[in-house]
Every structure is written in C-alpha cells, then in structure tokens.
Design a protein around this ligand. Structure first.
Ligand SMILES: Cc1cc2nc3c(=O)[nH]c(=O)nc-3n(C[C@H](O)[C@H](O)[C@H](O)COP(=O)(O)OP(=O)(O)OC[C@H]3O[C@@H](n4cnc5c(N)ncnc54)[C@H](O)[C@@H]3O)c2cc1C
Length: 436
C-alpha cells in the first residue's frame, strides 16, 4: 500500500509556473504542495528573461525591492538585423510602464526569491528531490499525484534508493512539469506539435567594457545568432537548422568560432574561449500546445500546456501569466472546497478549469502565431541561406512603429494578468520539507 497524504492542490513541477501558482494559492490561504524532481533550481541556460509583465506581477506581490537586491542586468535595447539593415530596433525605455526593461536574472535566483516568500505562508509546502510518477485516478477523475522521493548521490544525479511510492491526494492536481510533462502523459493528454525550423546552441563569451549593450541579433546566410548582455559575459544563442546539431558538431570548433565571429563581430578574439564543444549547450526547440488543458481534477499550465520557442524569450512570462490567471480564477472555489470534509470524494467543477484555458488560450495561440511568423519569414530564410526578406518586412523593418509593436507583444504579452487574489495575514515561517 502506498503511503497517502492530503493537500488541497498538488503541483508537479517547481518551475516558474508551479512555484508562482504555489505562492499565490498559499498566499490566499489554500494548502498547496509543490513536487520538484531536482534537489535545487540550478540548471544552466534554463531561461533567464524576466519581462516587464512578470516584473509588474512581482511588484504587485510587494517583491520588487527583493528582486532589485538580487544580481541581474537590465536590458532595454533590442537590435536584430541583417548586417547593417535593422529588422527590429527597439528601445524599451520609450515604452510606458514602471519596468521598461527585461531583467536578465539567473532562473534559480528568481525561483529562490519566490520560494523564500512562499515559505512564509503556512499553506505552502515544497518537496525537492521528489518526482511525480503518475496520477491517482478514481471514477474518471484525477484525485491526486503519485510520487517518489529519492535520496540523491553526491554529483547531483538521482540515486536508486528510497523508491517507495507515495500518493498525494488533492482536490486539484496541476501539471506544471514543463514541456516533457510526464503528468500530462500519464493523464492521457497529448499536445499538438506545431513544427519549428531551428534548434539552438547556447554558450557564454566574455564581454569587454567597450562592447555594445542590450540584445543584439544578426541574420547571416545559413545561420543566425543573438547575444544578450549579461554584464561581464554575453549569453549567445546560435541558431542551427532543425536536426542539424550532429552536422554542426562534426565541424572543428575553430570553424564554429569563425561562424560566430562572422555573425557577431564585436565578440572579437573572445570567441576563442569557446575552444571545446563541451562549452556549448544544445536545446532541442519545440513548439506545441494542448487542445484541452484539463480533465476533471487536473489542469496543465505553462510549458506543460504549451511549449514555446525561444523567439522573444516569452516562455517564463507565459508560464507566470498562466499561474496568475489560475490563482485568480480558482483560489476562491479551492478555499471553499478546502473547508468541505468530503472534498476528496468530489472534484472541482471542470467548468472552472475550462475558464482558465479560455482566459489563457488567446494569448498563447497569438504569441505562438507571432513566433511562427518570425520563424517562417525571417529565421527559416536565414537558415536556408536565402538572403531575401519578405517585401513588407523590407519596407517596415527597423522602423519605430514596427519595432515597438514587436517589443510590446513580446514584453507585455497579449493579455497581461494582474494579481487579484487576496493575501492571508502573514504568520511566522511556513512549513518546511519533511525529513526524508
Ligand atoms: C535551454 C533553454 C533556454 C530557455 N531560454 C528561455 C529564455 O531565455 N526566456 C524564456 O522566457 N524562456 C526560455 N526558455 C523556456 C522557459 O525555460 C520555459 O518556457 C519556462 O521555464 C516554462 O516554465 P514552466 O514552469 O512551465 O516549466 P519548466 O520551467 O520546464 O519547469 C518544470 C519543472 O518541473 C520539474 N519536473 C519535471 N518533471 C517532473 C516530475 N515528474 N516531477 C516533479 N518535477 C518535475 C522540472 O525539474 C522543472 O523544474 C528556455 C528553455 C530552455 C530549455
């Protein structure tokens, strides 16, 4: 018999979507348990762009100063072009709002800050090194999450011991376990692939004081690269045709250095720092979405509901927006359910889960459509060694109105969400992880 525990909301995945939703629900008085399979948030190139829409949410939670105290770099200029022909040349500081910039912040710092705050609410519980392995089903509804807590060995890999399975019964279960969501699969929900033309290589190159600042992208012939200013280094995304990684890696690293230098000449001799393929991380880019984000008792949000491509760096922000919308729409019914002694025999009305999807579907589909447009009209052409840009883009590319439109869509999202959930009075420290 598995060991059984109860919570009101069980969340699989401690990424931006899961942690933000856990924080907001606990802040509103709902008992939440977040299961995260890794023992910490440290993962390189995990996505570090905190956009103005997310900064506004952080501010609404009263955390703007705490974020400011953590190391980050403010990026306010976005320049993407082909040689000296600009396609997008946006100065975010001309946009309205309190946060006219992208905060480039290591995702583990961002998540640490959110969990620190979430732990002050008694309803918040985060279980690290805990892997969701499936759903608990009964009478056609999801009634919770199965999980394993595994002791870890010294090098950060999960060990094989402690494989006992547990059941976490919940009124609502959330799949926030990312684009390869196992919980979504276990619940029989299959996303539709939208198709992408590229994969991405991530790397770091030291940045000289005299280098340009902000985000700088350049389309070449057969390649494209974007460099993001991280202070003392450039975070570089080098785009390659989908499935072309093995071919690229078969090249001598010096050939890769030259290609990089050709696209981003300001990197100069510092490209020689990339002297081994082990310094290059590969991202298999996908874009997909679920037709239906929910089943009775289960809701998918963030990448689990819709994987985004890196275009515009919008994945974290959409995940956060999903979490805010979910809390706004469900906190009250969850609080009502929490006070019902029969709650584990019932299911939250699926119509309520449908409201979350209806609210977030338009911004998701719209943002994916903008990504598809840019991928087809700009990125595919660059990767296929076609130097031509579509006539309309040649006409408007680099102009103020066009650049501002693209920047607005990417920075603020198509339907920015605002925190509407109340905050319970703050007691002392919240519950900590139980001893393993
Ligand atoms: C290399 C890379 C670079 C990226 N760069 C950017 C960027 O610059 N800007 C941007 O906005 N987006 C970027 N993204 C995308 C961005 O990271 C995601 O869109 C965003 O993090 C989605 O948040 P999420 O919470 O939905 O999912 P995730 O961030 O994927 O979080 C899911 C969490 O669930 C955990 N998990 C998975 N399976 C289980 C399980 N079975 N049990 C328990 N826990 C589980 C994972 O460990 C993870 O912590 C990048 C993605 C990658 C891979």
């Amino acid at each position: 018999m598995p060991h059984t525990e109860n919570t009101t909301v069980a969340i699989a995945g401690g990424g931006p979507a899961g942690i933000m939703l856990g924080l907001l629900l606990a802040r509103a008085g709902v008992d939440v348990t977040v299961l995260e399979k890794h023992r910490d948030f440290l993962r390189d190139f995990r996505g570090d762009t905190v956009h103005p829409s997310t900064l506004a949410v952080i501010d609404e939670l009263g955390l703007a100063e705490r974020l400011d105290e953590r190391p980050h770099r403010k990026v306010s200029t976005l320049t993407v072009g082909r040689g000296s022909d600009p396609i997008v040349a946006a100065d975010l500081s001309t946009l309205s709002g309190r946060f006219p910039y992208i905060a480039m912040m290591p995702q583990w710092d961002f998540l640490d800050m959110l969990t620190d705050h979430a732990r002050s609410y008694p309803g918040f519980r985060l279980m690290m090194s805990t892997e969701a392995t499936g759903v608990v089903e009964h009478d056609g509804a999801v009634r919770g999450i199965r999980y394993r807590q595994r002791p870890e060995n010294g090098d950060g890999e999960q060990g094989e011991g402690g494989q006992r399975e547990h059941e976490l019964r919940a009124v609502l279960s959330i799949a926030a376990d990312g684009r390869d969501s196992g919980l979504r699969d276990a619940a029989g929900m299959v996303p539709t692939e939208l198709g992408v033309p590229m994969d991405v290589l991530w790397l770091r190159v030291p940045r000289k004081p005299e280098d340009p600042s902000g985000l700088n992208g350049n389309l070449g012939s057969g390649a494209m690269a974007v460099a993001i200013d991280r202070g003392d280094y450039w975070q570089v995304a080098f785009l390659i045709p989908k499935g072309g990684y093995a071919r690229t890696r078969a090249e001598p690293i010096e050939t890769f250095q030259e290609e990089l230098l050709g696209l981003l000449p300001f990197l100069g001799e510092n490209v020689r720092e990339i002297d081994d393929w082990s310094k290059v991380a590969f991202l298999n880019v996908t874009q997909d979405r679920l037709e239906r984000w929910y089943r009775p008792g289960l809701l998918a949000i963030g990448d689990a509901a819709h994987a985004m491509t890196p275009v515009g760096g919008v994945g974290i922000n959409l995940a956060i927006q999903d979490a805010v919308a979910t809390a706004n729409l469900l906190a009250r019914p969850l609080l009502e359910a929490q006070s019902d002694p029969e709650r584990f025999a019932k299911t939250l009305n699926p119509e309520l889960l449908g409201r979350v999807q209806r609210r977030r579907r338009m911004p998701t589909v719209g943002t994916q459509a903008v990504q598809q447009l840019l991928q087809r009209q700009v990125i595919s052409k660059a990767l296929e060694e076609d130097a031509s840009l579509p006539p309309l883009l040649r006409m408007v590319g680099g102009t103020g109105p066009w650049s501002n439109l693209i920047a607005r869509v990417m920075m603020f999202g198509l339907r920015p969400e605002h925190v509407q959930t109340p905050a319970v009075a703050l007691p002392a420290r919240g519950r900590q992880e139980p001893p393993e």
